[in-house]
Design a protein around this ligand. Sequence first.
Ligand SMILES: O=C[C@H](O)COP(=O)(O)O
Length: 250
Amino acid sequence: MQSTITPLIAGNWKMNGLSASLDEAAALKEALDQQPAACRVALCPPATLIAQMAWRLKGGAVLIGAQDCHAAAEGAYTGSISAAMLKDAGAGLVILGHSERRQGFGETDADVAAKVEAALAAGLEPIVCVGETLEERDAGKAVEVVQRQVSGSLPDSLAGAAFSVAYEPVWAIGTGRTPTLEQIAEVHDAVRATLEQRFGQHGSGIAILYGGSVKPANAAEILKVSNVGGALVGGASLKAQDFLGIIRAL
Ligand SMILES: O=C[C@H](O)COP(=O)(O)O
């Protein structure tokens, strides 16, 4: 953990959750009201729950994020949601370039960079996701792939802006498999070098989150790894107790 960086632990609910799930978010808020976290904490529910969650968590420390946004500010894009709409609903952050968007919706680094621009224009803090497939890792290309994704997905307008990068090896997402601590350190150190090369001193202060099968049982050791500045948590963020177990590991 980098001492000068405020860590961020963000929960990505993905396409899970109905109104009743907000009880879990409220339980998280209450627990953090009683014992504040040693980091920033965010929940990123489906877009349909953002406004309700903002209402339920009002006055608390839990930040609210979205899981994607459209690159355009407005217009004829049936079914899409703009960054300004997410902000208006109560989001402060937005996950962009998640591998489930890159793989399932064909998003390229350029698409992600355009969405980052849109998020910044609307006043949302982007969490930009990168990560290699198992095939790429087995081919010894993990660092190369991730550095390419970081370079291509981050527009110059991020200079001086608040954002974070999440390293999520695709093969570790929802599988229960995690890289070794050495593998995590290798990629995070490479991401840091890329950020510093691109953004200078500002790049030294950007939180680099790890994501992929983070659980209460493995959070403490992962969060201690070189250049790991928090976590992007999927499945274990759905229940307040599990998510708290990760938050308290810091
Ligand atoms: O955005 C979160 C990641 O995809 C990790 O998901 P997971 O914790 O369920 O493996």
